[in-house]
Design a protein around this ligand. Structure first.
Ligand code: F6P
Length: 549
């Protein structure tokens, strides 16, 4: 029987608070941020929150005190406190897969007690962390040798989705803290180019592959892993080399052994860790080799600090709750369809891509936990680019286009690479963009500048574009953990309001199944009659014809 305590009371659209929000939106939906700021000159100080090392300014959102009151009420009505308790206590909140979603246990403190099916998982987490630390140290110190006795200089992570995006994003984000004399690369795409470009200038005798796959069944990852094996053995020419050049991170011991990896060099995780929530499980092995155990543990403590903040801070001061509720307001009431994530920090260049899986695989759902249609838009589209690059490409649409694009601006007060005036210029741009998006430029302002009337409409900025600004002192491993956990819990908050399962991903299955059917049709041109729609069939036939010419 399904646990119904997570879906208390009426459906979302039937909730009184939801209806009050609809009515409230009719009243204040057009209210301009200019008005809101002039009504409360201290708004930029009032509508802020600070917790777990991060500062959130959400004053440039189109909300009044009443909007916030109603959103906070909605969180209570939808049982957000019970959802949070259920997650932290290891209940099966991933209801469609009958699993816990317990990534918070990956960064629990020593001595904490978190049970899954009556077993405390914290000691298991620490045992794997210690195993990772010992292995990382032996690679970093040069003790772990390749099969021919050479020191490992190159580490290649092979994985896809959550088994790739977290490691890549964290490696880029923490480059300053990483071993610059080693080479770290990441292969995910089944496109052979990814494999060839990642390996072309490397020596197999100095290369270690980390095969990351929760299931150890993913087509892309296994294809790349077997190509890596062949690449390695084409030089070393001894099967026993696999044990020195390949390690695995997985929940599937049989699959790992079948590949030929020594189970002693397997780093486990558990089915209660979702792929997109796994960057701080053993999936982070490449991160730990790059930045070292101490920095890795600092990153975990950042995650933990945000977990504790989410669990205990009152909702009105709770960063992930506020961000989640504002996303609901922007998406469901103001009609925005996306969230642009704009880190003003070059090292976070892959952060938006990481968030795409986290947010969209989690909340791209059309039914509730009960299997009924949600009835409202879910999962906004997350995307973005580092500032200031985005300013010179898509910001035009955000300032003057007809769509509403709420943005999260992320900035740091101290640069990791102080070079002349660069950092002040960078941050000036961040602050200027949020100001311009909020307040725009009126007809009157334009007229006083002497702009001819025919040009005035083109130079007018409507403003009233909502933004959040997240500020931290400096990008450190700890702060990266805080940031990722902030988004994890904001996404969780949104899922709880929509009453959806944020931890399954059935939507990826159909394409996988169909690809399995098409593979033999491409590989064997004598395959039985192609049973497809006319478009797919014609494309397959054309591909086969041109490929074989
Ligand atoms: O795309 C679906 C998915 O299952 C993701 O959720 C997951 O992160 C990815 O594939 C990789 O899965 P695995 O780690 O099992 O190879």
């Amino acid at each position: 029987m399904r646990d119904t305590t997570l879906t208390p009371g009426p459906r979302l659209l039937e909730r009184l608070t939801w209806q009050e929000l609809v009515a409230h939106h009719k009243l204040i939906g057009d209210l301009h941020l200019r008005q809101l700021f002039s009504d409360d000159p201290q708004r930029g100080e009032h509508l802020t929150a600070e917790g777990a090392g991060l500062y959130l300014d959400y004053s440039k959102n189109r909300v009044t005190d009443e909007t916030l009151r109603l959103l906070l009420q909605l969180a209570d009505d939808c049982g957000l406190p019970a959802h949070i308790d259920a997650m932290f206590s290891g209940r099966n909140i991933n209801t469609s897969e009958k699993r816990a979603a317990l990534h918070i246990a990956l960064r629990a403190q020593v001595g904490e007690h978190i049970e899954v099916d009556g077993v405390d998982v914290v000691p298991q987490v620490y045992a794997v962390l210690d195993q990772m630390a010992a292995f990382s140290e032996s690679v970093r110190s040069g003790k772990w040798l390749g099969y021919t006795g050479r020191v490992i200089r190159n580490v290649i992570n092979i994985g896809i989705g959550g088994s790739d995006l977290g490691p890549v994003m964290a490696y880029d984000a923490l480059l300053q803290y990483s071993r610059r004399d080693m080479c770290f690369r990441f292969i995910s795409n089944v496109d052979g180019t990814d494999f060839v470009e990642a390996t072309r200038d490397l020596d197999p005798e100095e290369t270690l592959f980390i095969i990351c796959s929760k299931t150890f069944k993913t087509q892309e990852t296994l294809t790349n892993a077997y190509s890596a094996r062949a690449w390695c053995l084409s030089t070393i020419k001894d099967e026993r080399a696999v044990q020195r050049h390949f390690v695995a991170v997985s929940t599937n011991t049989d699959g790992v052994e079948k590949f030929g990896i020594d189970p002693a060099n397997m780093f486990v995780f558990w089915d209660w860790v979702g792929g997109r929530y796994s960057m701080d499980s053993a999936i982070g092995l490449s991160t730990m080799i790059a930045i070292g155990e101490q920095n890795y543990r600092a990153m975990l403590s950042g995650f933990h600090a945000m977990d504790m903040h989410f669990r205990s801070a009152p909702f009105a001061q709770n960063l992930p709750v506020l961000m989640g509720l504002l996303a609901i307001w922007n998406n469901n009431f103001l009609g925005a369809e996306t969230v642009a994530v704009l880190p003003y920090e070059q090292y976070l260049k892959r952060f938006p891509a990481y968030l795409q899986q986290l947010a969209m695989e989690s909340n791209g759902k059309h039914v509730t936990l009960d299997g009924d249609p949600v009835g409202v838009m879910t999962g906004p589209i997350y995307w973005g680019e580092p500032g200031t690059n985005g300013q010179h490409s898509f910001f035009q649409l955000m300032h003057q286009g007809t769509r509403l694009v709420p943005c999260d601006f992320i900035g740091f007060c101290q640069p990791l690479n102080p070079v002349g005036r660069h950092h002040d210029l960078l941050m000036a741009n961040l602050f200027a963009q949020t100001e311009a998006l909020a307040f725009g430029k009126t007809q009157e302002q334009i007229a006083t500048e002497g702009t001819p009337p025919w040009l005035a409409p083109h130079r007018m900025f409507e403003g009233n574009r909502p933004t959040n600004t997240i500020l931290a002192e400096r990008l450190t491993p700890e702060v990266l953990g805080q940031l990722v956990a902030l988004y994890e819990h904001s996404i969780f908050t949104q899922g709880a309001i929509w009453q959806i399962d944020s931890f399954d991903q059935w939507g990826v299955e159909l394409g996988k199944d169909l690809a399995q059917r098409i593979i033999p049709e491409l590989e064997d041109v004598d395959a039985p009659k192609l049973e497809h729609d006319s478009s797919t069939k014609a494309l397959i036939l054309r591909y086969r014809r041109l490929r074989d010419e």
